[in-house]
Ligand binder design. Structure first.
Ligand SMILES: NC(=O)C1=CN([C@@H]2O[C@H](COP(=O)(O)OP(=O)(O)OC[C@H]3O[C@@H](n4cnc5c(N)ncnc54)[C@H](OP(=O)(O)O)[C@@H]3O)[C@@H](O)[C@H]2O)C=CC1
Ligand SMILES: CC(=O)N[C@@H](CCC(=O)OP(=O)(O)O)C(=O)O
Length: 313
């Protein structure tokens, strides 16, 4: 049988390069590569998109929509890393751990939208708690998410790595202050909450790594679990998952470094707090489980390979 042909549209961007890195050594797929000087040539991209069995779109939103419009066959399957299709009809949301049988949902899908990085951290803790009916749908969640500057792609990387970098880039910067961050629609839809969280992301002066925290008053949860009980509930939910896990509950104070899982494709949840209040922090790499690692995990499911093949565990 011939190997599936895979094309990365946007191969020279931050996400595209990272996907390429994970696929370059693989012998179970044939990677179609565009000539560097043609990477924005519509005719050449159209040719490769239609020659591929599966295409990764690692492009700005508008270019991703345009790329889907270039498909002229009923065979090419798509994983879109951009925000363009995450709540669009006809697209499957590519967060395997949230499905009982991801091989049936993602594995058979033609169009898969890869989750946003902040949304990944938020959904890892909020979505299971809503689906298990512990977190009421009308709970007014708040969320704060720390990210390294590679989350902003090539332009932001260049700003942070410039010799003329201003003082303000040397400290954490709160953004999304209009409370309309582009990940809010997927955070609300996929979690099943009635309302989007009040959400502020924070970008800081380090390359990669995320810590996304949600804040909970335990007495408003069904069954009023303590922080320690919440930790056990989530541990049971993610039992056996190769990429998502829950750290043992700790009573002692701790520093949760946002770059603790940088360089891996894993995500770890830590539940902290006491009887009355809990915080749940998801730590992962914005370029790993927050983007390229998740995209390759989805590709593995779609092409029938072992879910974690080529990923950093
Ligand atoms: N960085 C991250 O952590 C994450 C990013 N994403 C999403 O993934 C997508 C890619 O982001 P990221 O890799 O960070 O962005 P980058 O800016 O690093 O890369 C985007 C790439 O797309 C290329 N490009 C732009 N327009 C076109 C076009 N019309 N045709 C072909 N190529 C084009 C750019 O070219 P050029 O090199 O000339 O600029 C660049 O190489 C975005 O939608 C982003 O929101 C998702 C999750 C996390
Ligand atoms: C630091 C920074 O700017 N990060 C980006 C998120 C990157 C990402 O996951 O966004 P999409 O996949 O939805 O484009 C932001 O908050 O807009």
């Amino acid at each position: 049988m011939s190997k599936p042909k895979v094309f990365i549209d946007g191969q020279e961007g931050t996400t595209g390069l990272q996907i390429h890195e994970r696929l370059a050594g693989r012998e179970d797929i044939e990677l179609l590569v565009i000539a560097p000087d043609k990477r924005k040539d519509l005719t050449e991209r159209k040719k490769l998109i239609n020659a591929a069995d599966l295409v990764f779109l690692c492009l700005p939103d508008a270019a991703a929509v345009e790329a889907v419009g270039l498909i002229e066959n009923s065979r090419t399957r798509v994983i879109d890393a951009s925000t363009a299709h995450r709540t669009a009809p006809g697209w499957v949301y590519g967060f395997p751990e949230l499905y009982k049988k991801p091989e049936e949902v993602i594995g058979t899908a033609r169009f898969v939208a890869n989750p946003g990085c902040h949304a990944t951290g938020f959904l890892a803790s909020a979505a299971p708690l809503v689906s298990m009916r512990i977190l009421p749908r009308d709970y007014p969640l708040t969320c704060c998410s720390l990210t390294g500057y590679s989350g902003g792609g090539k332009k932001m990387i260049a700003q942070y790595e410039s010799k003329e970098k201003g003082e303000e880039l040397c400290s954490p910067r709160v953004y999304g202050t209009t409370l309309k961050h582009k990940h809010l629609p997927e955070m609300q839809k996929i979690s099943g909450l009635d309302n989007p969280p009040v959400f502020t992301p924070v970008v800081d002066d380090y390359y990669k790594g995320m810590a996304t925290t949600i804040y909970i008053h335990n007495r408003y949860l069904v069954g009023q679990p303590t922080a320690k009980e919440l930790s056990l509930i989530l541990m049971a939910y993610y039992a056996g998952q190769p990429l998502v896990s829950v750290a043992p509950y700790m009573e002692e104070p701790a520093y949760l470094a946002a770059n603790a899982l940088a360089g891996t494709d894993k995500l770890e949840l830590t539940v902290s707090g006491h009887e009355g209040q809990s915080i749940i922090t998801a730590r992962f790499d914005n370029l790993g489980k927050g983007a390229s690692g998740a995209a390759v995990q989805n590709m593995n499911l779609m092409l029938g390979f072992e879910e974690t093949r080529g990923l950093a565990l």
